[in-house]
Ligand binder design. Sequence first.
Ligand code: TRP
Length: 438
Amino acid sequence: MRERAKFKSSLGMLLALVGSAIGLGNLWRFPYVVGNNGGAAFIIVYLIVVALICLPVMVAEFVIGRRARSNAYSAYDKFAPKSKWKYVGLLGVLTAIIIDSFYCVVGGWTVSYLFHSICLDVAPETPGQSAAMFSALTGSTSQNLIYMLIFLGLTCGVVMLGVQKGIERSCKYLITILAVLIVVIMINSLTLPGSSEGLRFLFKPDFSKVTFKTILYAMGQGFFSLSLGCCCVLTYASYAPHKDNLLKTTSLTVTSDVLFALIAGAAILPAVFAFGISPTEGAGLAFITLPEVFGQMAMGKVIAILFYFVLFAAAISSAISILEIIVAFVMEIFSFKRVKAVAISSILLVALGVCCAIWGTVFDLFDKISANILMTTGGFLIAVFVGWKITRKDFEDEITSSGMHKVPRWLLVTLRFLIRYVAPIGVAAVMISSLAGL
Ligand code: TRP
């Protein structure tokens, strides 16, 4: 039996988790969703949902992963042998495969834009040109494929190097550079004349926009952005040292993710508004709207390089975490070496990625079912499992690292209550009402 990999330091583990969390969700979705759903009012709802549902689900995943020290599938088997719970792990692996297939296509676009920005041809002088450039990229199967393969190749390269030398080391560098660059971009945006309009769009509270749907958006955003519900945190936690402070790691991850999303909003929207352009979300924001903004901005070509590096770094550190779920599963279930497991997983991902790249409907389908159904179902089951199948003693032993960390009694009780009742009921209520079209 090979010795199981471990993260080298607590900081490295934290940065790997932060790298997984910070991704396209923060950069191209959060600012727009906030702006269109009541600004600060949405942020308040988001923070409540994150505190009451997302953080408890993250803690639950962490508890399973670190205690079981195995991949998503086998972890459940260790706690509840011969039961059907292992299918929750399998669902996580399947969800990861689906997410990674379209994530790698987008990752390819970030590579393409980073490359073009370095060649100084991303910020067009004439409006309308950026839309043409983007559809030239997405409309060409060969270009889509080449860039996707480069992105996936880099992701596989990192994962092949292993937990410490690959994942931990790359995330350390990527996240540090990412944090510095996004602050630089934000400062530049905030100094543009007319930038306050963007801040108003992002932060001005409008409570009349808060409806039941707002909670749904907040939960979807929270699950995707914090990489929950598909055993990603579980897999990383299985490499975490037992002595690490679980509550500190999870709460710092959540805080960094929310903070980064807010900074990203303050970096992107003020610039968009300063040039009188309307904000958009998703690929349109990153690859059509922003190039136009860069085209009009002084030093826009330099800021474009920084921005596309940020986008690329955020995407690859997330893609690494998604691939690791699949690789850990293949390695341990089939007793394959890491290199072989990565090779097999990547063949599958290329095949599915090609489908996403060629057929927009497959791309949209994968995107929708993963965020709206698979991740939330996974999150619900994970909370139920930890809340009802794991004994209070085991739960508390894991949270406190066998008594090494002093955690107040009220916090342990509250956390277990959130995992047992609030998270599952909250997730189920939101899912049912969204399926019922409320
Ligand atoms: N959190 C990432 C983002 O915001 C995406 C991501 C990484 C993810 N790992 C995940 C999503 C695992 C779901 C599951 O873009």
